[in-house]
Design a binder for this molecule. Sequence first.
Ligand SMILES: Nc1nc2c(ncn2[C@@H]2O[C@H](COP(=O)(O)OP(=O)(O)O)[C@@H](O)[C@H]2O)c(=O)[nH]1
Ligand SMILES: [Mg+2]
Length: 535
Amino acid sequence: MAYDYSDLVQQAQQWAQQTVNERWLAKTEVQVLLSDEIQQTQTIFTNNEARPLVVAFLGGTGVGKSTLLNRLAAKDIAKTGVVRPTSKEVTLFHHKEINISQLPEGFPLEKIIIAEHSEDQNKHIIWMDMPDFDSTEASNQDIVLDWLPHIDVLIYVVSPERYRDNKAWQLLLAEGGKHAWVFVLNQSDRAQTEQYQDFILQLNKAGFDQPLVYQSCCLADNDEGANDEFIALQEMMQSLATEKTVKQLAVRSEKVRKQALISALSQVKQQIGAENSQQNQLNDFWQTEWHSFERLLKEAMVLPIQQLAQSYATNSSDLAKQSTNHELWDTWAKTRFLDALDGLILQADAIDLPVNPLRLRLDELRSNVKQSIQDLTLLEVRKSLIKPGNVLQRSVLKIAAIAEIILPISAMGWVGYQAFMHFYKSSLMDTPQYLGTNFAINSVMLIAIVWLFPYFLQKKLQPSLEKAAVKGLQKGVDKSLQKLNLDVLASIGDYEQQRQIQHQQVQQIIANCVSESAQQIDATESSDLTRMLLP
Ligand SMILES: Nc1nc2c(ncn2[C@@H]2O[C@H](COP(=O)(O)OP(=O)(O)O)[C@@H](O)[C@H]2O)c(=O)[nH]1
Ligand SMILES: [Mg+2]
């Protein structure tokens, strides 16, 4: 599907606005898409299909543009003069049946003179006289530039002395491809053959292989018979002013303008950085940055972790309050982390990536770091304080607790049984007697040992709360650092993904600009027309 130029401009500008809003690019970086030249999409005619050919005299001050238009009109419609700058306004000379319905917005009406005629031979042409392009008044140049997109054929008028060194020549070099050009060496009464030949040579150099160059002399009394091809120029333009030419030129100009849009878009596109993903490069860089940060931080955290563990162990209410005097994520840690992030941003800048959206994503992250570290470490401390020690420690403790009850009871039972049995047996035989002092001492010792052993075990194996808190804190710090690292990697991933999307979007608009089958100018059909165009 072929898009209209105005649609494409709209697409491009919408995209530009969005990239600015999302901080991918600065306003100044998309400025080229907002230039007058790109933005100019209106036409001066309501019906573009059957519009007349717009032909304008362009050139430096005093070369005779206004004189030429007056000669064409056979009356003084455009102001002429010898004082610089002469013409400050645009003069339009057109058939009364042509309806110039809507002049583009912002065109200063007081700078437009419109003269109508009823001559049929000029029915399909709007002739225009432009303000002097090299005049000292800057507004003159603006007017010319504003009108340029509405003009099909530029008649570049020069005088024998000056045809290369003025601003109009610069315009020809810069905008040559966008228009059809016809050249007039006016004031031929004062020209030398060499000047005419040199002018053609210069045009060859500018890219016109066979430029259409007419000489003219506008003196009322051309006594010396100076070269004057003005009538020929007029007739050539009249024969060319067909619907087909207008259409061909319009198609060509649209194509050229689309090309300009493509180059503006490509220029802006470069500002979004390399087309292929830079994620791996950023990730790698971040990993090295992260490793040194992590090592440094872990070394620096040994002491605060111990202090914090102590305070948790001695005063467990600190855990509930969520606040202690010891901060793990202190200003020092925060500054080191910000340094690491800044390093990443600098790296992105070094490989020509737009840094603002990356900074935006990282900013979001850095504001949450403290809270997230605090939450995670607190959770881990609680977990490890609830279940202090390791599995072996905890199972031995359990066994010891059971043994503390079972062992003394069994020992006492056994001692009681022995004492009873001995007393019973001896009473059956002769006189009942006790087991004696040795047995009593041994029994007391046995009971004491089986009672004390589990107690001792429990006492010794009881895990220290402080150690448990240290373990919890370390685990919490490890986990939150791991999470932090992953968060940064995710930010990089998201940034790169969005950057790729920006590329795809602008690439799509560029693809839309490539018009499918722009009508070519048929060279055999109109050689004059092809001579007017830069290849
Ligand atoms: N000798 C000579 N003077 C001319 C010719 N055409 C125009 N002039 C004079 O050049 C001066 C500037 O002409 P003008 O049409 O105002 O130039 P513009 O600034 O290009 O519009 C006027 O004094 C004209 O009379 C010409 O063919 N020969
Ligand atoms: Mg003038």
